[in-house]
Design a protein around this ligand. Structure first.
Ligand code: FUC
Length: 782
């Protein structure tokens, strides 16, 4: 397969004041660094994923996850008023269904590191470049100066939780560098020791969270000079900086503190890292990273070799007709999503937040939190199909840790109580969540109430089993979370004799429309959870009684309804005369009533009427929107099979919502669009939500020729394909668990081989089934 060098490079440094557009990020899930490529002075933004203000502390002893008390009485009243069609009276008290407006906290900047190079005059620098090589997750800035090649290389090693930066020149004694910190979290937090280590530690004023970081230097030649809060190396051949950071955060309710001194963690981590040394850390990092990243290769229209500078490419893309430009950026965008997910979500730390792990501010947009009315879900859409299942445990652990505080919200707002007799009886969370178990509704009902956001997240984690069939992980980690969620909804839903179905009430379609009963968002997500739970409990042979109840309930949810104009209804009541249409916006970015089409499975080719209504709805909403909303539309159109429409949405995402450094913007920068876009490209190439594998499910004319390898399908399959002139040439499917391969093919293969022998198969309406054993690969030729 012809593949591109997955490299994002610039041929000029980035302006330090334009982080979101010009920085280049590296990360290992715990730590993030972003670089500008400054020549005589470099600014590096430092992040540690758990460094958050908010949560419980001596300063906020009454912290309670944002919950107000005894809200259920109002919920009940609102339910009654809505049932009686007293809409105005219901909304008069609707703001009682909110949480606290303070104390939710925000993700913090750790500090800015400055590297000042006193002996370099920028004017005389030539052959400059700065780049992220995504194939190895290595950052490098290089240039020529006074007859020497200077290189600054950095990588974020996950197994040793250390970031290394190497500064070198190919002529001796050329490295003169000073390290200092700016925007530190506390005054007098920086000191040095006799080895030239820059030490940074303190407590966040807001919540007393302890943090610690060290920069240890190893130099070849030259002289070390330590000042009070900076270190300098003069005339070295080479300098290596070893960096790590930690906090005393722990994902444990109610205190959220480990009780450990983070400086000890830092010191131990760096002792071990230095013992290994730079070269070993680099090879360890590359082995660890490439094991994940290199699993999937993508070649569109045979583009290969070295791409142009990323900012130039993105600019050209906006008007390009040339397939090389288009396919190059699309391939890089696909891999960038994977690169960023590996960089911001590895076992042991928190999941990827709104900006992954990267953040330059103490007041980031939306606090850089975990928004669960679409954003956190979207972050993980590409985790399974792009073969990165190892990035999922932080999400699972995060949700698991949210259960205990989520029970308080369940009690105060929903009257669902867990106690000794009835433990794990139901948890819930709403639109904004944090690492401190912030599960209350938002402080404004009209974005903050989102009862089925948790049901939606259950899809993200259930799919772990669908893709891997890892029963142990299902039993130990995923199922208990799903089961407790199911128990919550089971107690929450009520039978509405007017709507003749079980409903969630009150409901609010994310950030859009009036307050109603049983909107499609809520009903469809709960339905999906119920259907998935039935499968989960069957797979584990657990909870037969609950399963039988859920089997009955699921049929009573009736989530989808088609309105008078042929669109899928977002609100059950929308065709009624007193429905308040002034509250709806024709092009609203949230299209929450289509979650059954993607990522759910309620609207498929097997439900043609709903599919048609969904397509009408998408046409009605239009193609333009904010970054993540375009990424969502891309996945939606991919599921319809309208490949060229999906492609045009992808084009819009890349042309209109992508900063020069490849960050998606809303605006501002939000990583969800990158993740959703990358997932959407995979969804165009391979689908498996219908009970069979569908390679090239939504192949656009613009990708006439191409190949991919290593994408994953539900049921434990790894799939590769090659196509020419928009037709499949070959498809191969590895059955990891030994399941038979059921695959939809546009035409009959000329050859079907399993491990060298002709494969047996049966066929019905273009869907072929090949009996397979564990580890066998089916090779189809056309
Ligand atoms: C959702 C969106 C907003 C924004 C925020 C972080 O609530 O509606 O547009 O992306 O998340």
């Amino acid at each position: 397969m012809n593949t591109l060098h997955n490299i994002l490079y610039f041929n000029s440094p980035g302006n330090f004041d334009n982080w979101e557009q010009l920085c280049q990020p590296i990360g290992n899930g715990y730590l993030g660094m972003s670089f500008f490529g400054g020549i005589s002075k470099e600014k590096i933004v430092l992040n540690e994923k758990t460094l958050w203000v908010g949560g419980p502390s001596e300063n906020n002893p009454t912290y309670n996850g944002g919950n107000k008390t005894d809200r259920y009485q109002y919920v009940k009243k609102v339910q009654e008023l809505l049932y009686d069609n007293k809409y105005n009276e219901a909304v008069e008290i609707i703001q009682e269904l909110t949480g606290l407006g303070y104390g939710s906290g925000a993700y913090q900047l750790l500090a800015d590191l400055y590297l000042s190079f006193s002996n370099i005059n920028e004017e005389n620098v030539t052959n400059y470049s700065r780049a992220i090589d995504m194939d190895n997750a290595v950052y490098e800035c290089a240039f020529d100066y006074e007859g020497a090649r200077h290189t600054r290389t950095a990588f974020a090693n996950y197994p040793s939780n250390t970031i290394c930066i190497k500064l070198r020149s190919d002529k001796p004694r050329r490295i003169c560098v000073k390290l200092s910190l700016d925007k530190t979290q506390s005054e007098n937090a920086v000191r040095t020791d006799e080895n030239g280590t820059l030490i940074y530690e303190g407590k966040l004023a807001e919540n007393n969270m302890r943090y610690a970081a060290q920069f240890r230097l190893e130099k070849t030649g030259g002289e070390l000079i330590c000042a009070k809060d900076s270190v300098m190396v003069e005339h070295a051949d080479e300098v290596v900086i070893f960096f790590t950071a930690a906090t005393d955060y722990a994902p444990v309710y109610p205190k959220y503190r480990s009780g450990k001194n983070p400086m000890l963690t830092v010191a131990n981590t760096l002792d071990a890292a230095q013992e290994k040394g730079y070269d070993k850390l680099l090879s360890e990092h590359i082995a660890d990273y490439t094991e994940l990243f290199s699993r999937v290769k993508l070649s569109l229209n045979n583009v290969s070799g070295e791409p142009e500078a990323v900012d130039v490419l993105i600019e050209k893309y906006k008007t390009a007709k040339d397939r090389t430009v288009l396919s190059t950026l699309e391939s890089l965008y696909f891999q960038f999503g994977r690169y960023m997910l590996i960089g911001s979500s590895r076992a042991g730390s928190l999941p990827a937040n709104l900006q992954g792990v990267w953040n330059e501010s103490n007041m980031p947009p939306w606090c850089c939190d975990y928004h669960i009315n679409v954003n956190l879900q979207m972050n993980y859409w590409g985790a399974y199909n792009t073969n990165l299942v190892e990035t999922v445990p932080p999400l699972v652990d995060f949700l698991d840790a949210m259960r205990e505080p989520g029970r308080i919200t369940a009690k105060e707002y929903y009257n669902i109580e867990s106690n000794e007799e009835n433990p794990e009886n139901g948890w819930i969370a709403h639109t904004t969540t944090t690492p401190f178990g912030w599960t209350a509704p938002g402080w404004d009902f009209y974005w903050g109430w989102s009862t089925s956001a948790v049901a939606w997240l259950m899809q993200n984690i259930w799919e772990h089993y669908e893709f891997t069939e890892d029963k142990d992980y299902l039993r130990e980690k995923i199922y208990p979370i799903m089961k407790e969620s199911v128990k919550f909804y089971r107690q929450w839903l009520i039978y509405d004799d007017k709507q003749e179905r079980l409903v969630s009430t009150p409901t609010y379609s994310p950030e859009h429309g009036p307050v109603t009963v049983g909107n499609t968002y809520e009903q469809s997500l709960i339905e999906q959870l119920y259907r998935d739970f039935i499968k989960a409990s069957e797979a584990l042979d657990a909870d037969a009684e609950l399963r039988e109840q859920i089997k009955r309930d699921v049929e009573l949810l009736k989530p989808y309804h088609i309105g008078k104009t042929g669109l899928l209804k977002e609100w059950f009541e929308e065709d009624e005369p007193d429905f308040d249409h002034t509250k709806t916006q024709p092009n609203h970015r949230h299209i929450s009533h289509l979650l059954g089409l993607y990522p759910g499975k309620g609207i498929t080719e097997k439900t043609p009427e709903l599919m048609k209504a969904a397509i009408n709805t998408m046409n009605d909403r239009g193609d333009e929107s904010t970054g993540w909303a375009r990424a969502y539309k891309l996945n939606l159109w991919a599921r319809t099979g309208d490949a060229d429409r999906a492609y045009s949405i992808l084009h819009g995402l890349l042309a209109s919502c992508t900063f020069p450094n490849m960050f998606d913007f809303h605006p501002p920068f939000q990583l969800d669009g990158n993740f959703g876009g990358s997932a959407g490209i995979a969804e165009m190439l391979l689908q498996s939500h219908n009970g069979y594998i569908c390679p090239l499910a939504s192949l656009p004319t613009a990708w006439a020729d191409g190949a991919f390898s290593g994408l994953c399908a539900r049921g434990g399959f790894t799939v590769s394909a090659e196509w020419e002139g928009s037709e499949a040439k070959s498809i191969s499917v590895l059955s990891v668990n030994g399941n038979d391969c059921t695959v939809k093919l546009a035409k009959k293969p000329t050859k079907a081989v399993i491990n060298g022998a002709d494969a047996k198969f049966s066929e019905k309406e273009g869907i072929y089934t090949f009996p397979m054993n564990k580890g066998q690969t089916l090779e189809l030729t056309f």
